[in-house]
Design a protein around this ligand. Sequence first.
Ligand code: ADP
Length: 409
Amino acid sequence: MSPTRVLVLNSGSSSVKYQLLDMRDRSRLAVGLVERIGEESGRLKHTPLAGGGEPRETGGAVPDHEAALKAVAGELKRDGLGLDSPDLAAIGHRVVHGGMSFTEPTVIDDAVLAEIERLVPVAPLHNPANLTGIRTAMSLRPDLPQVAVFDTAFHTTMPESAARYAIDVRTADEHRIRRYGFHGTSHAYVSRATAKLLGRDPREVNVIVLHLGNGASASAVRGGRCVETSMGLTPLEGLVMGTRSGDLDPAVIFHLMRVAGMSADDIDVLLNKKSGLIGLCGDNDMREIRRRVDAGDEQAALAFDIYIHRLRKYIGAYYAVLGRVDAVAFTAGVGENAAPVREAALAGLEELGLAVDPELNAVRADGPRLISPAGARVAVAVVPTDEELEIATQTYALVSGESRHTSAE
Ligand code: ADP
């Protein structure tokens, strides 16, 4: 029998998240996380899901990604799921930036590695870590197909009118400055899962997807193809996020350089790590912010209002981009869990056919669900994202030679 397991690896600069799935029934066999790679006190959390084993946690220094992956391989082996198993069909890697080169999941070879490396200048934080993970996995199983699934791929269908910044064309082209968008695996999965929830073919449906996690992005999806998304050259553009500012006048940057004497690196840290909700009120967890708002904290209330205001601007903009909207889908940590965010984001938009039913919105559930009132012109949905399943599905479809199919189908 041909192998049916896929290991999904998401390698960050100091962490590796992983899931092992069996694609016969899309079940998870094991999930885990290695944290604080390169520090004295690394940690591996491993949860075997097949056979009902107990979660295991091990501490100690994890000097580099190779050590991290070897530790993961050791844990999987303990569960009889080792990387040397003939049941393993492929390893699927999340790669953040595929530029315009990669529009599809791609089997990794030397040329693909070189191209991901070439894109490092536009993704200096992410692509090097992704590459390290890939190279390490390839050294552990050189014979196994390894597939890159790109965060940017779903957005490569954006028209030039949406993808280009209005700056000098030669400068933009020379430095590959354009809007790429991120979270594409999630936007792809959720837009299709929303069509499925409506019982319709994704090719017939226009969806606004709101991926609201610690990082946050919106996308406008027409008939299954992305036509606009809120993140740009980097994940900094767009919505107010946990620690990122999202949109701002670019002149703020020159002003900080000239008037506050800050360097480019200082401003990079300010806008990516110390802005957004945490910069506005000192907290980036929406649960804590709502608790403070309910307790009458004005700073938290203002942060919440700024977050919601920006979100509503994007919903309105994407409504205009699409012309006809069939569904608005909320996903990721905040989108799936924070009923007050969903309520405030769409309050007073009945003229646009948008409404949230308070009772349905208050329901806590795991699966995809509608929260708009019966008969509403536009469906409003909560659709849990599943990037690992999508990566595994795309990886498996590629290596098993199946016709392309996706996890939400
Ligand atoms: P990321 O993958 O970008 O790190 P997630 O999609 O896991 O983020 O979302 C994390 C965020 O989700 C947290 O920072 C928190 O603000 C929010 N969140 C998680 N659970 C809840 C909840 N029950 N209510 C409100 N917000 C929540």
